[in-house]
Write a protein that binds this ligand. Structure first.
Ligand code: NAD
Ligand code: WQD
Length: 342
């Protein structure tokens, strides 16, 4: 049985990926410092899969702890590295926190992987590396511009760190550039758990519909798009999780010939903010209270993925629709709410 380390495995995307890995027969070890997650997630994973992953509560910023971890777990076949800080606005306020948590941790992890000949690494990158696209849908060969935030910069630099490390070692790595993950597992055992006021559109929508937020602010309706609101590529988190499983199988089967590969992981379809709102209203039966406000600084007008490379080279495809994703997000919101009330 192959053994995979999942860092940040109790987080939003990590937990869904642990489920897919376990259901595919992998043994999983999770590292998380619980900075943006909760131990309850372990219970959710266990309920879905019938088994608990091995869990090590550990902060990857602590190099000595990372070294110790790999002394104990020196039989790993691969690593999926999710652990990072991800709030764009916070990264502008506190760039050093982001450079430490997103870059130091990657370096410590790779140093130990190299020392223990753990050669298969999957990395969570982001469509944020593209900035404002010159043409759409965006392909992996599009130029990477100057990052629009320290967070985005950490993803660009991380990809370079991986490229350079793979170049001089036996290591092989796949960076998955996620577009906008939304939704929750169909079991409603795991989902997104934003701490405080959500910064992302879909959790803000579900919290507004649930009465936790009074009103959704739509950031701008004067963009050069068909309805004036921004366009993004919203992907169901379970489809995204499955991409990690397929990418890891690719690394393990040694089918890939390159040391370092990059794939866009999106649906290939752009949806405007108004479309997301309308679709949410349709699947939930709720009327959403929203108003249009000024543009949010730093937002790009439109971005969605060209998924040809992921479809053809990785052999991965989305299976779930926007309706499906928004319905699952709503189901999850209602469950989280009812748990808090009781
Ligand atoms: P998340 O915050 O839910 O999960 C990250 C997990 O890592 C959390 O459980 C957190 O406690 C843990 N963690 C953070 N720092 C750690 C450290 N120093 N040591 C150990 N554990 C640590 O985030 P997510 O949405 O699941 O994102 C996962 C990855 O995907 C991140 O790298 C993020 O940048 C990237 N990403 C996310 C999105 C998105 O919209 N959610 C989009 C593109 C890329
Ligand atoms: C989506 C759309 C907003 C909230 C961010 C990161 C990106 C990646 C994914 C990690 C935009 C609009 C939002 C609200 C709104 N994460 N919106 N009202 O900005 O595309 O991407 O998450 O790598 O790096 O930047 O996602 O969900 O914040 O916004 O109108 O209250 O919804 O303007 O058009 P974004 P988002």
């Amino acid at each position: 049985m192959k053994k995979i380390l999942v860092t940040g495995g109790l987080g939003y995307i990590g937990s869904h990926t642990v489920v897919e890995l376990q259901q595919a027969g992998f043994k999983v070890v999770v590292i998380d410092n619980l900075a943006n997650s909760s131990l309850d997630v372990l219970g959710g994973i266990t309920t879905i899969t019938g088994q608990a992953p091995i869990f090590e509560r550990l902060d990857l910023r602590n190099k000595a702890d990372v070294i110790d971890f790999f002394k104990t777990h020196n039989d790993l076949d691969g690593v999926i590295h999710f652990a990072a800080s991800k709030a764009v606005g916070e990264s502008v306020e506190n760039p050093l926190l982001y450079y430490e948590n997103n870059l130091n941790t990657l370096v410590y992890l790779l140093q130990e992987c190299k020392a223990h000949s753990i050669n298969n690494i999957i990395f969570s990158s982001s469509c944020t590396v593209y900035g404002e696209p010159d043409s759409l849908p965006i392909t992996e060969t599009a130029s990477i511009k100057k990052a629009m935030s320290p967070y985005g910069n950490t993803k660009q630099i991380s990809e370079e760190i991986l490229f350079d490390t793979c170049y001089i070692s036996e290591m092989k790595s796949i960076a998955l550039r996620y577009f906008n993950p939304i939704g929750a597992h169909e079991s409603v055992e795991i989902g997104e758990l934003p701490i405080g006021v959500p910064q992302n559109l879909v959790p803000f929508i579900t919290q507004t519909a649930a009465g936790i937020r009074e009103q959704l602010s739509v950031f701008g309706d004067d963009y050069d798009t068909s309805d004036g609101s921004c366009i993004r590529d919203y992907i169901h988190v379970v489809d995204l999780a499955k991409a990690h499983l397929i990418a890891m199988q690719r690394l393990l089967s040694e089918k890939n010939t390159s040391d370092f590969e990059v794939f866009n992981i999106g649906t290939g379809e752009g949806s405007s903010v108004f479309k997301v709102i309308k679709t949410f209203e349709k699947v939930s039966g709720e009327k959403l209270n929203y108003k249009v406000v000024d543009r949010r600084p730093g937002d790009v007008t439109a971005i969605y993925a060209d998924t040809k490379k992921a479809n053809e080279v990785l052999g991965w495809k989305v299976e779930k629709s926007l309706e499906n994703a928004l319905a699952s997000a709503w189901k999850w919101e209602q469950k989280v709410r009812s748990k808090k009330v009781t």
